[in-house]
Structure formats: structure tokens, C-alpha cells
Design a protein around this ligand. Sequence first.
Ligand code: UDX
Length: 454
Amino acid sequence: GAPRPRLTFLGTGYLGATYAICFAELGYEVVGFDVDEAKIAKLSAGSVPFHEPGLDELLRRNLASGRLRFTTDYAETAEHGDVHFICVGTPQRADGMGADLSYVEAAVSGLSQHITRKALIVGKSTVPVGTAEWIEQLVGKHADPELGIEVAWSPEFLQEGFAVEDVLRPNRIVVGVKTEWANGMLFAAHKGVFDLAATEDREVPMVVTDFATAELVKVAANAFLATKISFINAMSEVCEVAGADVTQLSKAIGYDPRIGNRFLQAGVGFGGGCLPKDIRAFQARAQELGAGEALRFLHEVDLINLRRRTKVLQVAADLLGRRFGPAGPDLSGTKIAVLGATFKPNSDDVRDAPALAVAALLRKAGADVHTYDPQGNENAARALPTVTYEDSMNAAVQDADLVCVLTEWAEFRNADPVALGEIAKGKKVIDGRNCLDNTAWVAAGWEYRGMGRP
Ligand code: UDX
């Protein structure tokens, strides 16, 4: 067939590294670029600097095939690529609301200065709407106008833990373009994805649209997911006062295909590197554009989400017989086991993790907190050094007055309540993810409290 474009991915963090490795796997010649030499050295040596199932093996295989290499050199990156994907981070600004675009700016200007032929620069990072137009101006400032370099936008929808599948088998490709040429280049740059789907008798729809729509698709999708979670957590609050069970309510409404049962799990709420930051940045951008009112509900979504963390503190005080005063409860003299630190299972990511936030609240209230996470201890200890980290679930539960399960790792879901009951002091458990078999725990003599359950 037609020659495939050569690809580069700028920013080899979670997003860029995953894309670079998976597109090499799909048969493209790929260069991954980063300014961080340690990261590039690690990747070049065949080691993925973060935890993502399946990625290590793909990295090593594609380094060996010669289709994949990593560099810190803009000129080498510019020389390799027909299509350059910008995958650098867009952290929350210091003021807490908007997105910080300084890494995007550095990558685009660094790259454009070195490009010597017509090429396409494609934004992928999650950004405020309007960024693609701004990148076009940046390219105009730094690159030779004669080259006719073009810009496009193509958002990603990776979920941690499923990122390899999400790149190889996405449920859609979205591209924002201004010209037929850019559209054709992006089609060619994704041909490997379409071909793989065809061999598996699937189809991957491609939505071709303008810059602004493509940029908005990503934040709109994340805003919807966050809203769905906060909706069910709001129902939790109502269930708690009405004596109803949100897990059954969720199941019952989820059977309606218009609602759907996914992302309808009530618990301590959402965290991670995307949802919390994206809904805040989205509100800030809508405000700037004069549509602040339209997204005011996202502020509620955020508040409902954060309220779940305080709820755990309240239930803990209640179970331990401590009063909840205006300054919060006094939990001094109690030992609490916190099981889970990551924002979701099968990840080592503790960014904005509800589990860690609750551990911090319990500690602040004076409890002696012993935390265990199957993979997150190391990152957690850096983010929250004031609690004790244990090497096993048993060590954390030993002599505890209260056990809080805050991330639904299989190790906790499958834990034996009888065995744990023998080492704990209090036999009181808060199931912050509604992930335990409550009948079994109650049968083993535990006082059980779920989220939004009687
Ligand atoms: C999310 C989006 O799913 C993804 O499409 C986007 O590209 C990035 O953000 P991720 O951050 O990896 O992905 O996590 P996800 O699996 O979506 O979970 C987010 C948070 O929501 C977790 O803390 C999880 O525990 C919580 N959650 C999820 C619930 O509390 N209830 C649910 O029903 C589902």
C-alpha cells in the first residue's frame, strides 16, 4: 500500500510513551522525544518509567525491531517526522483552575524551529478550547512559512490500566482539521488502527471536525464521566438519609440502556490525573469565554465528589464513638488501617486519590493511620509522608480499631473477614468502594458500613 507517514510523539510521559510504543507495534517508524534525559535513557534501555500492563513487553519488542527510538534532540525529531504528535503535560495552574500550557509552548516552538519540510503537528494533550489556533500562530512564528506546516487536533481517551488496548483498539478516532491534506495525513497515521480493526471484524469510526470541536470532545467526555460518578454519589447521600441502598439503586437504573451501568459505582469518588483537573480547567475556560453559567453544575460535581471524603471521616468518628465537633472529630488514641492509596486499582498512581485524601483527614484528626497499597506505597509515601506505610494488608490491619477499604484492589475484595477479624482489635469496617461482600463480613462479626447503604 501507500507509504505510511513517519511519526513522532513529543513528551514521553504516560500519554506520549504509550502512544509511541503502541504505534511502533502497529508498524509505524516512531521517534519519542522528551527533554528529560533520564526518562529517555530509561525508555531507550527498554524500561517503562511508570506502571501500565503490557507496555514493557511492547517497548522491548519494538526497540528490538528498530521501528522505535527515543531522543532528546529536537532536530532529530523534526527530521524523522511527517506527523508530530504533541503529548506533553498540561498541569493545573498554580491558581488552581486553568491549565498550564508552558510545556506545549516549549515543545511546539522547539520542534518548529527545526522542521525542514512540510509536516503536520497534531495536538493530543488535554487543553482548553482554542489551543490549536494558538499553536498555529506559534508555528507561524517559529517555522519557515514556505514549508506550509499544518496543525491538527486529535484527542485521546486513555484509561490507566487499559491504555494499550485503548490505543490499539480505540472506540473512535476524533480529528480536528482545516484541510483535506491534514485529514488525509491523519487517516494515514491511523491506518494501522483501522487495519487491525478490519482483521478483527470491527470498525473504528473516525469523526472529522473543526479544531474547537475536537478540543471540546475530550473535556466534554471527561465532564460527562465525572458527572455520572457524582450523580450516583449524590444518590448515595440521599440513600443514606432515606435508608435506601445505592448499590441496588445503581443496578436498577443501569439496566436502562439510555443510562447504562458503567461509571455508576458509588463510593469515595473519582480521583486521578484527569477527571478532577479537567473539570476545573473546563469551568475556567468556559468562564473566560463567557459561558461560565453553562458549566456551573461542574462545580457541584466537584463538591459532591469532595464531600464523599468527609463522609468517611464522619462514619469513622461515628463507628469509633467520637463526637464530630465544628473542628471535625478527635480520633486521637485510635489506630486505623487504610487499605488502598491509589486512585483506582491496578495502578500505582496516587494523584488526587480519594484514598490518600481520606488517610490525610484521618491523620489530621489524630488517628494513628497505617496504610497499605499493593502498588502505590512508594508514590503515596512521597505525597503523604505523615502516615505509616505497611508492607502487607495484615500488617496494616493488625490491632486496628477500624479498617477502611478505599481502593477496590482484588486483594481487598477477596480478603477473608474471619482471618482479618482475628488480628484486628475493633472489627469495624468502612467499605469506601462498596466492593466487599457485606454479608460475609457481617457473618464474621464485623460492624460494616458501606457508602450509601443502610
Ligand atoms: C479517565 C477517563 O476514563 C479517560 O477516558 C480519560 O482519558 C482520562 O480520565 P482514568 O483517570 O484512567 O481515565 O480513570 P477512570 O478509570 O476513568 O477512573 C477515574 C476515577 O473515577 C477513579 O478514581 C475511579 O475510582 C472513579 N470511579 C470510576 C468511580 O468512583 N465510580 C465509577 O463508577 C467509575
